[in-house]
Design a protein around this ligand. Structure first.
Ligand code: SF4
Ligand code: SF4
Length: 95
């Protein structure tokens, strides 16, 4: 289990979550429209939840149904950042 960043981060990316994460497991690359949480490194401390101005972060089991795809997108970013970015672009295109 880990925390997951959902679609509300897209276009916000203020990095408030990055500033409070004790294990530095939230990141993005140049060109990404949102940030991602590394599910392997996340220690489930929840410190990032409250500072997020758009309530984009939730525990994996509590991610809203319309954002379920972002569980995989967050994980994928740390394995294949380009593929994760393409999934975000596709998600935005469907809205
Ligand atoms: S839950 Fe804690 S460890 Fe996980 S991303 Fe948020 S601040 Fe970092
Ligand atoms: S605090 Fe929320 S909106 Fe800001 S970068 Fe983190 S997840 Fe995205």
């Amino acid at each position: 289990m880990a925390y997951v960043i959902g679609a509300a981060c897209i276009g916000t990316t203020d990095r408030s979550c990055v500033d409070v994460c004790p294990v530095d497991c939230i990141s993005a690359d140049d060109g990404d429209q949102m940030l991602f949480i590394d599910p392997v490194a996340c220690i489930d401390c929840a410190a990032c939840v409250e500072p997020c101005p758009v309530e984009a972060i939730a525990l994996e089991a509590q991610v809203p149904a319309e954002w379920r795809e972002f569980v995989e997108i967050n994980r994928l970013h740390f394995e294949d950042a380009v593929a994760a970015r393409e999934l975000v672009v596709a998600w935005v295109g469907r809205q």
